[in-house]
Ligand binder design. Structure first.
Ligand code: TXA
Ligand code: MG
Length: 321
């Protein structure tokens, strides 16, 4: 569905959101992966507001979201390999990290001073409508306080960051439910998978051949910190039974006694779409620990296990459980 098919109330909300971005205010932006905390990438004050709202370390760069491949080439230098990936997967859950272009409108602060830039054309009709109405690049990290679970519904954003945003565009529940796959395509280097995400490694590799590991040259990204995407409850992985004080997040047909099941049929796409919502739901129970059934590494399992390992990693003690 294109921009022209927006309902009148959606068009009104999109215009209000674009106006807010122009004023330097922040808005909650639905995408097909997770909700983003959106601000004008070209306005350092708006970008600073994003970092402050999330409590995010300043050195971590933000993804610039644009409405088209053409607009992406204003921001970054896409070589043949990057263009092939963009043409195959945009609009969609792929972020390309490429050298920044001289013509870039994205501020240095949004790029955390790097000579590279993360770019994405999201595949959600309200996000595309907003980006077209606003025209410029939009910085949008996931709309969660840094380190916590990413939001997959408008009400998640309202609850966690409602005070910090002027409005949240309600685009319903995110279809993919897990963040974009990030691929760095830098000159003289093989394409690197910086973050597994909503497009499986296998599908990406069909397009560009084997992906190299993130490598030491990769920036320290928050999603790459050991503890991230964490609920308040503790998380125990590869659980085959439920212990005292635990609640089970199952996967597949054999997960008996599961309070929630990521995918009873064992489908990793379905499991990715359910991951953050179910973790939130179980985090709202009295359980002290969320035990999670083993999830295979195949398909989107690589991205799911990446997030689960970080959710389970040792972290600083938080308030509550
Ligand atoms: O699906 C998504 O990608 C969501 C939606 C809202 O688009 N956004 C998202 O943003 O997950 P965020 O900020 O939570 O994660 C972006 C990741 C971070 O790990 C950041 O460090 C990395 O992208 N990144 C951005 N620019 C980069 C660059 N120039 N080089 C390396 N990593 C970069
Ligand atoms: Mg995030």
């Amino acid at each position: 569905m294109g921009e022209d098919t927006l309902k009148p109330e959606e068009a009104g909300a999109v215009n209000a959101a674009a106006a807010a971005l122009r004023r330097g205010a922040l808005v909650g932006m639905p995408t097909e992966t997770v909700y983003g905390l959106a601000g004008d990438a070209g306005n350092p004050e708006a970008v600073a507001r994003i970092f402050a709202a999330k409590g995010r370390p300043r050195f971590n760069p933000l993804i610039s979201h644009v409405a088209s491949l053409d607009l992406a080439t204003v921001e970054g230098q896409l070589d043949e390999r990057a263009i092939a990936l963009a043409e195959r997967f945009w609009p969609g859950p792929l972020t390309l990290v490429v050298p920044v272009a001289d013509s870039a409108r994205t501020s240095e602060l949004a790029r955390a001073g790097l000579r590279s830039i993360g770019l994405r054309v999201p595949g959600h009709r309200l996000a595309l409508a907003l980006l077209r109405a606003f025209r410029g690049p939009v910085s949008a990290p996931s709309a969660n306080p840094s380190g916590m679970l990413s939001p997959t519904r408008a009400e998640d954003v309202e609850r966690d960051l409602g005070e910090q945003v002027e409005l949240v565009l309600d685009g319903g529940e995110c279809e993919k439910g897990i963040e974009s796959s990030i691929v760095a395509v830098m000159p003289g280097e093989p394409p690197r998978l910086l973050r597994p995400g909503a497009i499986s490694r296998a599908r990406l590799e069909e397009e560009v051949g084997e992906l190299a590991a993130a490598g030491s040259a990769a920036v320290t990204a928050p999603g790459q910190l050991a503890s991230h995407y964490a609920p308040r409850a503790a998380v125990r992985l590869n659980a085959t039974r439920v212990g005292v004080g635990e609640v089970l997040l199952g996967f597949g047909p054999a997960a008996e006694g599961a309070a929630r099941n990521l995918s009873p049929s064992g489908d990793t796409v379905e499991a990715a779409a359910n991951l953050y919502r179910m973790l939130r739901e179980l985090d709202a129970t009295t359980a002290t620990t969320i035990a999670v059934s083993p999830v295979p590494e195949t398909g989107l399992g690589e991205a799911i296990n990446d997030r689960l390992r970080r959710a389970a990693a040792p972290r600083e003690v938080r308030q509550g459980k």
